[in-house]
Design a protein around this ligand. Structure first.
Ligand SMILES: *Cc1c(COP(=O)(O)O)cnc(C)c1O
Length: 424
């Protein structure tokens, strides 16, 4: 892709509001229709059989959804909207981001088998670290029977093998907010001239700031639990792609494993899309202010934010991403003890995992989201014990800074957490 800003930042607030809603006036309703049926009347067996065959093939049902694990119209409407925002031909939604990632890994195996390139064993995955702790743990645990090479982005080409099913990366990466060059990883993801699918976990970016498919990725994945839902009250995961075979395989995996998105969650996630642009841009503007102020606070050793000087060494903002995002991580000089004090001292900000909510959340990756990653691996990926991740929300930025500053002051005064000193 070129330096054409309109190409890299095609998000339109109009699309955000209207995607997946264009037929509502015709239907005579204004709010999204919510269909909670688990089963559907089947008066015509011929129609039912044709529908079932289509669904089993990973296609849309013909005339009848049949059963809620196979298809749901409210979920399908959300998928259509997300596909529009990602510039994709389709999207497939799941009950959580992790269910979506699991389905991508299994679907990659189906796609490989269908292409008559079946390999012995479970196949191989190349994963660029750091990744979300759950993703890292799923891959490292070997639960799905795949061999995994964890690599730095510049080592992707060297890690490719004849049985590599998928290359997986996150940008911005969790929790260090490093930006990865999607097109560069896509270029490296080949084996003997054959392109290997690349999945980008774009959760931190959202379709407002980044469209991975425009840079050659096969799949763009979101934990919709985060910014897409936006209010901390609905879980979901969604994968967008223009690769028909992959979309079909994802639907087949969803039917077989049952990792479906509940229609009520689909309704809430779709409603969230309507304000996604506003929310992401507002949170990002506050994150830019907070990152600068954090940089100047004596309790803070280092700030990780792509919008700071030196924070985007590959100059991907403006080329791949429309802005630095709304996640800011920082190292506390006082290490883990200071982090613990900070989490106990915030009053307005909520000490909690997750991100992308209306309210600001702060968490300690080494102790929480990335606890399952081996300490040596955490250190190797630059994730220290004093690292704190701030997921900026929609409060007044000065209120956020007042709270953060008093908590940082507390961390500076008292490096040793109260709980530990009482126990000692
Ligand atoms: C939260 C998160 C996930 C997992 O999503 P769930 O909806 O919690 O299953 C995956 N990737 C990233 C980057 C996340 O932040």
């Amino acid at each position: 892709m070129t330096n054409n800003i309109r190409e890299i930042a095609p998000f339109s607030a109009t699309e955000g509001v209207h995607a997946g809603r264009l037929d509502l006036t015709e239907l005579g309703v204004h709010a999204l229709p919510l269909d909670l049926s688990t089963t559907y009347p089947l008066p015509d067996l011929d129609v039912a059989e044709a529908s079932l065959d289509a669904l089993a093939n990973g296609d849309a049902p013909v005339g009848n959804p049949l059963y809620a694990r196979l298809h749901n119209p409210t979920v399908a409407r959300f998928e259509k909207a997300l596909a529009v925002l990602e510039g994709a031909d389709g999207a497939v939604a799941f009950g959580s981001g992790m269910a979506a990632i699991t389905a991508v890994l299994l679907a990659a195996r189906i796609c490989r088998a269908e292409a008559h390139q079946a390999t012995t064993g479970g196949g191989h995955v190349v994963a660029v670290r750091p990744l979300y702790g759950g993703t890292d743990h799923l891959l490292a645990a070997g639960l799905l029977g795949m061999e995994v090479s964890f690599v730095a982005p510049e080592r992707v080409a060297a890690a490719m093998r004849s049985d590599t099913l998928l290359v997986l990366l996150e940008t911005p990466a969790n929790p260090t907010c490093e930006l990865r060059d999607i097109a560069a990883v896509v270029a490296a993801a080949t084996w003997q001239g054959r392109a290997v699918p690349v999945m980008v976990d774009s959760t931190f970016a959202t379709p407002v700031l980044q469209r991975p498919l425009a840079h050659g990725a096969t799949l763009a994945l979101h934990s919709a639990t985060k910014f897409i839902g936006g209010h901390g009250d609905a879980m979901g995961g969604v994968v967008a792609s223009s690769n028909e075979a992959f979309l079909r395989a994802l639907r087949q995996v969803r039917i077989l494993t049952g990792g479906v998105l509940h229609p009520l969650a689909a309704y809430l996630l779709h409603r969230g899309l309507q304000t996604l642009g506003l929310r992401v841009r507002q949170a990002q503007a506050s994150a830019e202010v907070l990152a600068q102020r954090l940089l100047a606070h004596p309790a803070v050793e280092r700030v990780y934010f792509p919008g700071l000087t030196g924070g985007d060494p590959l100059q991907l903002i403006g080329r791949q991403m429309a802005g630095p995002g709304a996640l800011v991580s920082f190292d506390l000089a006082g290490g883990q003890a200071a982090a613990q004090t900070l989490l106990g001292a915030v009053r307005l900000i909520t000490p909690a995992v997750s991100l992308g909510s209306t309210d600001t959340l702060v968490q300690h990756p080494a102790g929480l989201t990335h606890r399952a990653v081996a300490p040596a691996d955490r250190r190797a990926m630059g994730l220290g014990d004093g690292l704190v991740r701030l997921a900026v929300g929609l409060e007044e930025v000065d209120d956020l800074w007042l709270d953060l500053a008093q908590a940082l002051d507390a961390a500076l005064r008292q490096g040793v957490p109260r709980v530990l000193s009482v126990a000692a």
